[in-house]
Design a protein around this ligand. Structure first.
Ligand SMILES: [Zn+2]
Length: 492
Protein backbone atom coordinates (compact mmCIF):
# COMPACT_ATOMS: atom_id res chain seq x y z
CA UNK A 1 0.00 0.00 0.00
CA UNK A 2 1.29 3.47 -0.76
CA UNK A 3 1.55 5.94 2.10
CA UNK A 4 -1.33 8.00 0.74
CA UNK A 5 -3.63 4.96 0.54
CA UNK A 6 -2.58 3.86 4.02
CA UNK A 7 -3.38 7.30 5.44
CA UNK A 8 -6.72 7.36 3.65
CA UNK A 9 -7.82 4.17 5.38
CA UNK A 10 -6.90 5.70 8.76
CA UNK A 11 -9.45 8.48 8.22
CA UNK A 12 -13.06 8.63 7.21
CA UNK A 13 -14.24 11.50 5.02
CA UNK A 14 -17.62 13.06 5.81
CA UNK A 15 -19.22 14.81 2.85
CA UNK A 16 -22.45 16.71 2.41
CA UNK A 17 -23.45 18.23 -0.93
CA UNK A 18 -25.41 21.30 -1.91
CA UNK A 19 -26.67 20.90 -5.44
CA UNK A 20 -28.11 23.90 -7.27
CA UNK A 21 -30.42 23.07 -10.13
CA UNK A 22 -31.71 25.67 -12.58
CA UNK A 23 -35.39 25.15 -13.33
CA UNK A 24 -36.62 25.02 -16.92
CA UNK A 25 -39.32 27.65 -16.60
CA UNK A 26 -39.76 29.97 -19.57
CA UNK A 27 -39.75 33.10 -17.41
CA UNK A 28 -37.78 34.08 -14.33
CA UNK A 29 -38.88 33.37 -10.77
CA UNK A 30 -40.03 36.90 -9.83
CA UNK A 31 -40.59 38.64 -13.20
CA UNK A 32 -41.70 37.86 -16.76
CA UNK A 33 -38.22 38.07 -18.36
CA UNK A 34 -37.09 35.15 -20.50
CA UNK A 35 -34.71 32.56 -19.01
CA UNK A 36 -33.20 31.65 -22.41
CA UNK A 37 -29.50 30.84 -22.27
CA UNK A 38 -27.10 32.50 -24.71
CA UNK A 39 -29.08 35.64 -25.55
CA UNK A 40 -27.15 38.94 -25.93
CA UNK A 41 -25.93 40.13 -22.51
CA UNK A 42 -28.46 42.07 -20.43
CA UNK A 43 -31.21 41.69 -23.05
CA UNK A 44 -33.49 39.66 -20.77
CA UNK A 45 -33.81 42.13 -17.94
CA UNK A 46 -36.41 44.40 -16.34
CA UNK A 47 -36.59 46.64 -13.24
CA UNK A 48 -37.32 43.60 -11.02
CA UNK A 49 -34.31 41.46 -12.00
CA UNK A 50 -32.08 44.53 -12.34
CA UNK A 51 -32.91 45.25 -8.71
CA UNK A 52 -34.13 48.79 -9.33
CA UNK A 53 -35.62 50.50 -6.29
CA UNK A 54 -39.36 50.14 -5.95
CA UNK A 55 -39.72 47.17 -8.32
CA UNK A 56 -41.76 44.37 -6.74
CA UNK A 57 -41.29 40.60 -7.21
CA UNK A 58 -44.20 38.34 -8.19
CA UNK A 59 -43.74 34.60 -7.65
CA UNK A 60 -43.81 32.35 -10.76
CA UNK A 61 -46.23 29.47 -10.12
CA UNK A 62 -44.48 27.20 -12.64
CA UNK A 63 -41.24 27.48 -10.65
CA UNK A 64 -43.03 26.37 -7.48
CA UNK A 65 -44.64 23.43 -9.28
CA UNK A 66 -41.28 22.27 -10.66
CA UNK A 67 -39.65 22.61 -7.25
CA UNK A 68 -42.48 20.55 -5.74
CA UNK A 69 -41.96 17.84 -8.35
CA UNK A 70 -38.28 17.70 -7.50
CA UNK A 71 -38.98 17.64 -3.76
CA UNK A 72 -41.55 14.84 -4.07
CA UNK A 73 -39.23 12.76 -6.27
CA UNK A 74 -36.56 13.23 -3.58
CA UNK A 75 -39.01 11.79 -1.03
CA UNK A 76 -39.33 15.09 0.84
CA UNK A 77 -42.28 16.33 2.85
CA UNK A 78 -43.58 19.57 1.38
CA UNK A 79 -44.25 22.20 4.01
CA UNK A 80 -47.78 23.61 3.84
CA UNK A 81 -46.29 27.03 4.54
CA UNK A 82 -42.83 28.22 3.61
CA UNK A 83 -41.33 31.63 3.34
CA UNK A 84 -38.87 33.58 1.23
CA UNK A 85 -36.01 35.37 2.96
CA UNK A 86 -33.39 37.90 1.99
CA UNK A 87 -29.81 36.67 2.04
CA UNK A 88 -27.77 39.84 2.27
CA UNK A 89 -24.36 40.13 0.70
CA UNK A 90 -22.62 42.37 -1.75
CA UNK A 91 -21.38 41.18 -5.11
CA UNK A 92 -21.28 43.03 -8.44
CA UNK A 93 -23.55 40.46 -10.11
CA UNK A 94 -26.19 40.94 -7.39
CA UNK A 95 -27.53 44.46 -7.93
CA UNK A 96 -30.17 44.34 -5.16
CA UNK A 97 -27.52 43.61 -2.53
CA UNK A 98 -29.46 40.53 -1.48
CA UNK A 99 -30.62 37.26 -2.97
CA UNK A 100 -34.20 36.12 -2.45
CA UNK A 101 -33.89 32.61 -1.06
CA UNK A 102 -35.51 30.52 1.65
CA UNK A 103 -33.99 30.12 5.09
CA UNK A 104 -35.67 28.83 8.23
CA UNK A 105 -38.92 27.92 6.46
CA UNK A 106 -37.91 25.99 3.32
CA UNK A 107 -40.26 24.52 0.74
CA UNK A 108 -39.53 20.89 1.63
CA UNK A 109 -37.55 18.75 4.11
CA UNK A 110 -36.69 15.25 5.31
CA UNK A 111 -36.15 13.40 2.02
CA UNK A 112 -33.72 10.81 0.76
CA UNK A 113 -32.03 9.34 -2.31
CA UNK A 114 -30.97 5.72 -2.53
CA UNK A 115 -27.54 5.13 -4.05
CA UNK A 116 -25.30 2.13 -4.41
CA UNK A 117 -22.07 2.14 -2.41
CA UNK A 118 -19.57 -0.68 -2.97
CA UNK A 119 -22.31 -2.81 -4.47
CA UNK A 120 -24.71 -2.30 -1.55
CA UNK A 121 -27.74 0.00 -1.36
CA UNK A 122 -27.27 3.09 0.81
CA UNK A 123 -29.75 5.80 1.73
CA UNK A 124 -28.54 9.41 1.64
CA UNK A 125 -30.66 11.87 3.59
CA UNK A 126 -31.91 15.10 2.03
CA UNK A 127 -32.05 17.86 4.63
CA UNK A 128 -34.04 20.31 2.56
CA UNK A 129 -35.07 21.54 -0.87
CA UNK A 130 -35.65 25.25 -1.22
CA UNK A 131 -36.39 27.77 -3.94
CA UNK A 132 -34.25 30.79 -4.73
CA UNK A 133 -33.25 33.15 -7.50
CA UNK A 134 -29.97 32.95 -9.36
CA UNK A 135 -27.53 35.88 -9.46
CA UNK A 136 -26.13 37.47 -12.62
CA UNK A 137 -22.79 36.52 -14.10
CA UNK A 138 -19.44 38.30 -13.93
CA UNK A 139 -17.44 37.95 -17.13
CA UNK A 140 -13.73 38.19 -16.44
CA UNK A 141 -12.50 36.93 -19.81
CA UNK A 142 -13.04 37.41 -23.52
CA UNK A 143 -13.04 41.22 -23.84
CA UNK A 144 -10.21 43.42 -25.20
CA UNK A 145 -9.90 45.13 -21.82
CA UNK A 146 -10.46 42.03 -19.71
CA UNK A 147 -7.09 42.63 -18.04
CA UNK A 148 -8.47 45.77 -16.40
CA UNK A 149 -12.24 45.37 -16.34
CA UNK A 150 -14.93 42.83 -15.66
CA UNK A 151 -18.32 42.79 -17.32
CA UNK A 152 -21.67 41.95 -15.80
CA UNK A 153 -24.44 40.05 -17.58
CA UNK A 154 -27.72 40.09 -15.70
CA UNK A 155 -29.66 37.74 -17.99
CA UNK A 156 -29.25 35.02 -15.35
CA UNK A 157 -30.36 37.32 -12.53
CA UNK A 158 -33.68 35.95 -11.26
CA UNK A 159 -33.58 32.59 -13.03
CA UNK A 160 -35.24 30.08 -10.67
CA UNK A 161 -33.07 27.59 -8.79
CA UNK A 162 -33.68 24.88 -6.31
CA UNK A 163 -31.02 24.06 -3.79
CA UNK A 164 -30.91 20.43 -2.69
CA UNK A 165 -29.00 20.03 0.57
CA UNK A 166 -27.92 16.54 1.60
CA UNK A 167 -27.20 15.26 5.09
CA UNK A 168 -23.48 14.61 5.74
CA UNK A 169 -24.06 10.95 4.83
CA UNK A 170 -21.54 10.55 2.01
CA UNK A 171 -18.29 8.80 2.90
CA UNK A 172 -16.16 8.97 -0.26
CA UNK A 173 -15.73 10.92 -3.49
CA UNK A 174 -17.21 7.90 -5.31
CA UNK A 175 -20.38 8.06 -3.21
CA UNK A 176 -20.62 11.80 -3.85
CA UNK A 177 -20.32 11.16 -7.59
CA UNK A 178 -22.97 8.45 -7.45
CA UNK A 179 -25.30 10.70 -5.44
CA UNK A 180 -25.04 13.63 -7.87
CA UNK A 181 -25.52 11.24 -10.78
CA UNK A 182 -28.77 9.97 -9.22
CA UNK A 183 -30.04 13.46 -8.42
CA UNK A 184 -29.26 14.62 -11.95
CA UNK A 185 -31.04 11.62 -13.47
CA UNK A 186 -34.13 12.32 -11.35
CA UNK A 187 -34.21 15.96 -12.50
CA UNK A 188 -33.89 14.86 -16.14
CA UNK A 189 -36.72 12.33 -15.78
CA UNK A 190 -38.87 15.03 -14.16
CA UNK A 191 -37.97 17.44 -16.99
CA UNK A 192 -37.57 20.25 -14.47
CA UNK A 193 -33.98 21.04 -15.57
CA UNK A 194 -31.64 20.26 -18.43
CA UNK A 195 -28.84 19.81 -15.85
CA UNK A 196 -26.30 21.12 -18.33
CA UNK A 197 -23.18 21.57 -16.22
CA UNK A 198 -21.31 23.54 -18.91
CA UNK A 199 -24.07 26.12 -19.01
CA UNK A 200 -24.25 26.12 -15.22
CA UNK A 201 -27.73 24.68 -14.86
CA UNK A 202 -26.40 22.15 -12.36
CA UNK A 203 -23.81 23.33 -9.84
CA UNK A 204 -22.40 21.72 -6.80
CA UNK A 205 -20.72 22.77 -3.53
CA UNK A 206 -19.40 20.30 -1.00
CA UNK A 207 -18.94 20.37 2.77
CA UNK A 208 -15.97 18.16 3.58
CA UNK A 209 -14.31 17.03 6.79
CA UNK A 210 -12.28 14.04 7.92
CA UNK A 211 -12.27 12.11 11.21
CA UNK A 212 -10.25 9.16 12.46
CA UNK A 213 -11.93 5.99 11.18
CA UNK A 214 -14.27 4.53 13.79
CA UNK A 215 -14.92 7.79 15.66
CA UNK A 216 -18.23 9.65 15.79
CA UNK A 217 -17.40 13.33 16.25
CA UNK A 218 -17.15 15.37 13.05
CA UNK A 219 -13.91 17.12 12.17
CA UNK A 220 -13.85 20.77 11.12
CA UNK A 221 -15.38 21.14 7.68
CA UNK A 222 -14.45 23.28 4.74
CA UNK A 223 -16.83 24.29 1.99
CA UNK A 224 -15.48 23.59 -1.50
CA UNK A 225 -17.08 25.59 -4.28
CA UNK A 226 -16.84 25.65 -8.04
CA UNK A 227 -17.38 21.93 -8.66
CA UNK A 228 -18.85 22.43 -12.07
CA UNK A 229 -18.33 19.04 -13.63
CA UNK A 230 -18.59 15.48 -12.41
CA UNK A 231 -14.88 15.01 -12.98
CA UNK A 232 -13.99 18.12 -10.94
CA UNK A 233 -16.34 17.05 -8.16
CA UNK A 234 -14.50 13.79 -7.64
CA UNK A 235 -10.99 15.24 -8.08
CA UNK A 236 -11.65 18.21 -5.82
CA UNK A 237 -13.00 15.96 -3.07
CA UNK A 238 -9.99 13.64 -3.35
CA UNK A 239 -7.65 16.62 -3.18
CA UNK A 240 -9.43 18.23 -0.25
CA UNK A 241 -9.62 14.98 1.75
CA UNK A 242 -5.88 14.36 1.29
CA UNK A 243 -5.14 17.99 2.19
CA UNK A 244 -7.09 17.74 5.44
CA UNK A 245 -5.56 14.38 6.35
CA UNK A 246 -2.08 15.84 5.83
CA UNK A 247 -2.91 18.76 8.15
CA UNK A 248 -4.27 16.51 10.90
CA UNK A 249 -1.37 14.05 10.55
CA UNK A 250 1.06 16.96 10.83
CA UNK A 251 -0.48 17.94 14.15
CA UNK A 252 -2.30 20.97 12.74
CA UNK A 253 -5.97 21.90 12.72
CA UNK A 254 -8.21 22.30 9.70
CA UNK A 255 -9.51 25.83 9.40
CA UNK A 256 -13.21 26.34 8.74
CA UNK A 257 -13.29 28.24 5.47
CA UNK A 258 -14.60 28.38 1.94
CA UNK A 259 -12.23 27.00 -0.68
CA UNK A 260 -12.39 27.15 -4.45
CA UNK A 261 -11.45 24.32 -6.78
CA UNK A 262 -8.98 25.41 -9.44
CA UNK A 263 -9.35 22.97 -12.30
CA UNK A 264 -6.25 24.26 -14.07
CA UNK A 265 -3.99 23.73 -11.07
CA UNK A 266 -5.95 20.72 -9.82
CA UNK A 267 -6.10 22.03 -6.27
CA UNK A 268 -8.37 23.88 -3.85
CA UNK A 269 -7.34 27.19 -2.37
CA UNK A 270 -8.81 29.34 0.39
CA UNK A 271 -10.96 32.27 -0.69
CA UNK A 272 -10.23 35.57 0.92
CA UNK A 273 -12.54 35.12 3.87
CA UNK A 274 -15.44 37.44 3.01
CA UNK A 275 -14.87 39.17 6.38
CA UNK A 276 -16.33 35.99 7.92
CA UNK A 277 -19.22 36.53 5.56
CA UNK A 278 -21.24 33.67 7.04
CA UNK A 279 -23.58 36.16 8.59
CA UNK A 280 -25.97 36.91 5.77
CA UNK A 281 -28.42 38.72 8.07
CA UNK A 282 -31.34 36.70 6.74
CA UNK A 283 -34.75 38.17 7.32
CA UNK A 284 -38.20 37.42 5.86
CA UNK A 285 -38.75 38.94 2.42
CA UNK A 286 -41.27 41.71 3.06
CA UNK A 287 -42.33 42.02 -0.60
CA UNK A 288 -43.63 38.43 -0.87
CA UNK A 289 -46.40 36.67 1.01
CA UNK A 290 -45.63 33.33 2.67
CA UNK A 291 -45.89 30.46 0.18
CA UNK A 292 -48.92 28.37 1.12
CA UNK A 293 -49.33 24.99 -0.57
CA UNK A 294 -52.65 23.24 -0.07
CA UNK A 295 -53.24 19.47 -0.18
CA UNK A 296 -55.01 19.75 -3.49
CA UNK A 297 -52.08 21.41 -5.29
CA UNK A 298 -49.67 18.94 -3.74
CA UNK A 299 -51.77 15.97 -4.88
CA UNK A 300 -52.10 17.42 -8.36
CA UNK A 301 -48.31 17.65 -8.61
CA UNK A 302 -47.87 14.18 -7.14
CA UNK A 303 -50.22 12.73 -9.75
CA UNK A 304 -48.29 14.49 -12.52
CA UNK A 305 -44.98 12.82 -11.59
CA UNK A 306 -43.64 10.63 -14.40
CA UNK A 307 -42.29 7.14 -13.88
CA UNK A 308 -38.94 7.58 -12.13
CA UNK A 309 -35.70 5.75 -13.03
CA UNK A 310 -35.84 3.08 -10.32
CA UNK A 311 -39.45 2.19 -11.04
CA UNK A 312 -38.69 2.08 -14.74
CA UNK A 313 -35.69 -0.19 -14.21
CA UNK A 314 -37.83 -2.66 -12.29
CA UNK A 315 -40.57 -2.52 -14.92
CA UNK A 316 -38.14 -3.19 -17.77
CA UNK A 317 -36.91 -6.29 -15.94
CA UNK A 318 -40.47 -7.45 -15.24
CA UNK A 319 -42.11 -6.55 -18.54
CA UNK A 320 -39.36 -7.38 -21.01
CA UNK A 321 -37.39 -9.97 -19.00
CA UNK A 322 -34.23 -7.89 -19.42
CA UNK A 323 -31.09 -8.77 -17.47
CA UNK A 324 -30.52 -6.39 -14.51
CA UNK A 325 -27.38 -4.87 -15.99
CA UNK A 326 -29.07 -4.12 -19.33
CA UNK A 327 -32.05 -2.51 -17.61
CA UNK A 328 -29.78 -0.37 -15.44
CA UNK A 329 -27.77 0.78 -18.45
CA UNK A 330 -30.91 1.63 -20.41
CA UNK A 331 -32.63 3.69 -17.69
CA UNK A 332 -29.44 5.64 -16.97
CA UNK A 333 -30.59 7.96 -19.75
CA UNK A 334 -34.24 8.89 -20.14
CA UNK A 335 -33.78 9.47 -23.86
CA UNK A 336 -32.18 6.03 -24.27
CA UNK A 337 -34.96 4.36 -22.27
CA UNK A 338 -37.61 6.09 -24.39
CA UNK A 339 -35.81 5.05 -27.57
CA UNK A 340 -35.44 1.48 -26.36
CA UNK A 341 -39.10 1.06 -25.46
CA UNK A 342 -40.27 2.41 -28.80
CA UNK A 343 -37.85 0.18 -30.70
CA UNK A 344 -38.81 -2.87 -28.61
CA UNK A 345 -42.48 -2.29 -29.38
CA UNK A 346 -41.71 -1.99 -33.08
CA UNK A 347 -39.61 -5.16 -33.15
CA UNK A 348 -41.66 -7.33 -30.80
CA UNK A 349 -38.29 -8.70 -29.63
CA UNK A 350 -37.39 -6.85 -26.42
CA UNK A 351 -34.28 -8.83 -25.52
CA UNK A 352 -32.71 -8.70 -28.98
CA UNK A 353 -33.60 -5.00 -29.13
CA UNK A 354 -31.77 -4.37 -25.84
CA UNK A 355 -28.66 -6.08 -27.26
CA UNK A 356 -28.80 -4.09 -30.47
CA UNK A 357 -29.48 -0.80 -28.70
CA UNK A 358 -26.68 -1.24 -26.16
CA UNK A 359 -24.09 -2.30 -28.73
CA UNK A 360 -24.89 -1.19 -32.28
CA UNK A 361 -26.93 1.95 -31.55
CA UNK A 362 -24.53 3.27 -28.90
CA UNK A 363 -21.61 2.49 -31.19
CA UNK A 364 -23.08 4.38 -34.13
CA UNK A 365 -24.01 7.37 -31.96
CA UNK A 366 -20.54 7.39 -30.49
CA UNK A 367 -18.99 7.34 -33.98
CA UNK A 368 -21.24 10.18 -35.10
CA UNK A 369 -20.70 12.14 -31.86
CA UNK A 370 -24.47 12.38 -31.36
CA UNK A 371 -26.93 12.08 -28.50
CA UNK A 372 -29.74 9.51 -28.52
CA UNK A 373 -32.22 12.31 -29.17
CA UNK A 374 -30.32 13.14 -32.39
CA UNK A 375 -30.10 9.55 -33.61
CA UNK A 376 -30.05 9.39 -37.43
CA UNK A 377 -32.07 6.17 -37.21
CA UNK A 378 -35.53 6.48 -35.65
CA UNK A 379 -36.55 4.06 -32.91
CA UNK A 380 -39.29 2.44 -35.00
CA UNK A 381 -36.92 1.91 -37.95
CA UNK A 382 -34.36 0.47 -35.58
CA UNK A 383 -37.01 -1.91 -34.23
CA UNK A 384 -37.91 -3.01 -37.75
CA UNK A 385 -34.27 -3.89 -38.41
CA UNK A 386 -34.01 -5.91 -35.20
CA UNK A 387 -37.20 -7.78 -36.14
CA UNK A 388 -35.75 -8.71 -39.56
CA UNK A 389 -32.62 -10.10 -37.93
CA UNK A 390 -34.57 -11.94 -35.23
CA UNK A 391 -36.83 -13.59 -37.79
CA UNK A 392 -33.81 -14.63 -39.83
CA UNK A 393 -34.82 -12.74 -42.95
CA UNK A 394 -31.37 -11.16 -42.84
CA UNK A 395 -28.29 -12.33 -40.95
CA UNK A 396 -26.79 -10.44 -38.05
CA UNK A 397 -23.80 -9.55 -40.22
CA UNK A 398 -26.11 -8.16 -42.93
CA UNK A 399 -28.06 -6.35 -40.22
CA UNK A 400 -24.99 -4.38 -39.27
CA UNK A 401 -24.36 -3.42 -42.91
CA UNK A 402 -27.99 -2.41 -43.32
CA UNK A 403 -27.77 -0.29 -40.15
CA UNK A 404 -24.74 1.53 -41.56
CA UNK A 405 -26.71 2.18 -44.74
CA UNK A 406 -29.74 3.37 -42.74
CA UNK A 407 -27.49 5.79 -40.86
CA UNK A 408 -26.02 7.17 -44.07
CA UNK A 409 -29.22 7.41 -46.13
CA UNK A 410 -32.05 7.68 -43.59
CA UNK A 411 -33.85 4.86 -45.44
CA UNK A 412 -35.79 2.09 -43.70
CA UNK A 413 -34.29 -1.38 -43.27
CA UNK A 414 -36.94 -3.04 -45.44
CA UNK A 415 -36.27 -0.56 -48.28
CA UNK A 416 -32.53 -1.22 -48.25
CA UNK A 417 -32.95 -4.98 -48.09
CA UNK A 418 -35.41 -4.93 -51.01
CA UNK A 419 -33.25 -2.59 -53.10
CA UNK A 420 -30.09 -4.59 -52.64
CA UNK A 421 -31.74 -8.00 -52.75
CA UNK A 422 -30.17 -8.77 -49.41
CA UNK A 423 -32.81 -11.11 -48.09
CA UNK A 424 -31.28 -14.13 -46.43
CA UNK A 425 -31.89 -17.39 -48.27
CA UNK A 426 -33.23 -20.06 -45.91
CA UNK A 427 -34.95 -22.21 -48.55
CA UNK A 428 -33.33 -25.68 -48.19
CA UNK A 429 -33.89 -26.58 -51.85
CA UNK A 430 -31.94 -23.56 -53.08
CA UNK A 431 -29.20 -24.14 -50.57
CA UNK A 432 -28.95 -27.87 -51.39
CA UNK A 433 -28.57 -27.01 -55.08
CA UNK A 434 -25.69 -24.64 -54.26
CA UNK A 435 -24.07 -27.24 -52.00
CA UNK A 436 -24.19 -29.88 -54.71
CA UNK A 437 -22.72 -27.52 -57.29
CA UNK A 438 -19.81 -26.66 -54.99
CA UNK A 439 -19.19 -30.34 -54.22
CA UNK A 440 -19.20 -31.29 -57.89
CA UNK A 441 -16.68 -28.56 -58.66
CA UNK A 442 -14.29 -29.52 -55.84
CA UNK A 443 -13.16 -33.15 -56.18
CA UNK A 444 -9.79 -32.49 -54.52
CA UNK A 445 -11.34 -31.02 -51.37
CA UNK A 446 -13.85 -33.88 -51.30
CA UNK A 447 -10.89 -36.29 -51.23
CA UNK A 448 -9.36 -34.38 -48.33
CA UNK A 449 -12.62 -34.37 -46.42
CA UNK A 450 -13.00 -38.11 -46.85
CA UNK A 451 -9.38 -38.58 -45.76
CA UNK A 452 -10.46 -37.13 -42.38
CA UNK A 453 -9.60 -33.46 -42.76
CA UNK A 454 -12.50 -32.06 -40.76
CA UNK A 455 -11.26 -28.51 -41.33
CA UNK A 456 -12.32 -28.82 -44.96
CA UNK A 457 -15.93 -28.45 -43.79
CA UNK A 458 -15.30 -24.78 -43.06
CA UNK A 459 -13.86 -24.34 -46.52
CA UNK A 460 -17.03 -25.83 -48.06
CA UNK A 461 -19.24 -23.51 -46.00
CA UNK A 462 -17.21 -20.56 -47.28
CA UNK A 463 -17.61 -21.70 -50.88
CA UNK A 464 -21.39 -22.09 -50.55
CA UNK A 465 -21.67 -18.66 -48.93
CA UNK A 466 -19.66 -17.22 -51.81
CA UNK A 467 -21.83 -18.97 -54.38
CA UNK A 468 -24.95 -17.50 -52.79
CA UNK A 469 -23.38 -14.01 -52.52
CA UNK A 470 -23.46 -14.28 -48.74
CA UNK A 471 -27.21 -14.57 -48.60
CA UNK A 472 -27.57 -18.19 -47.53
CA UNK A 473 -28.43 -18.79 -43.90
CA UNK A 474 -25.07 -20.14 -42.63
CA UNK A 475 -26.68 -22.48 -40.10
CA UNK A 476 -28.77 -24.19 -42.74
CA UNK A 477 -25.73 -24.36 -45.05
CA UNK A 478 -23.81 -26.21 -42.31
CA UNK A 479 -26.60 -28.71 -41.75
CA UNK A 480 -27.16 -29.46 -45.42
CA UNK A 481 -23.45 -29.64 -46.16
CA UNK A 482 -22.86 -32.21 -43.41
CA UNK A 483 -25.70 -34.33 -44.64
CA UNK A 484 -24.62 -34.16 -48.30
CA UNK A 485 -20.98 -34.91 -47.46
CA UNK A 486 -22.02 -37.97 -45.42
CA UNK A 487 -24.14 -39.19 -48.32
CA UNK A 488 -21.22 -38.80 -50.72
CA UNK A 489 -19.02 -40.82 -48.39
CA UNK A 490 -21.50 -43.69 -48.38
CA UNK A 491 -21.70 -43.55 -52.17
CA UNK A 492 -17.98 -43.53 -52.74
ZN1 LIG B 1 -36.87 40.73 -15.21
Amino acid sequence: MSTATELRTKYEPVIGLEVHVQLLTRSKIFCACSTRFGDPPNSNTCPVCLGLPGALPVLNRAAVTMAMKAALALNCAINPRSRFARKNYFYPDLPKGYQISQYDEPLAEFGWVDIEAEGKPKRIGITRVHLEEDAGKSLHEGFPDSDRASYIDLNRSGVPLIEIVSEPDLRSPEEAYEYVTRVKLLMLYLEVSDCNMEEGSLRCDANVSVRPAGTEAFGTKTEVKNLNSFKFLQRALEYEIDRQIAIVEGGGTVEQETRLWDSREQRTYGMRSKEMAHDYRYFPEPDLLPLVIGEEWKEEVRRSLPELPEARRQRLIREYALPEADAAQIVASKALADYYEEAAKASGEPKATANWVLTELLHLLNEAGKEVSQSPVSASNFGELVAMVSKGSISGRMGKDVLAEMTATGKRASEIVAEKGLTQVSDPERIRAAVREVMAASPKQLEQYRAGKAATLGWFVGQVMKATRGQANPQIVQEILKRELEKSEIRS
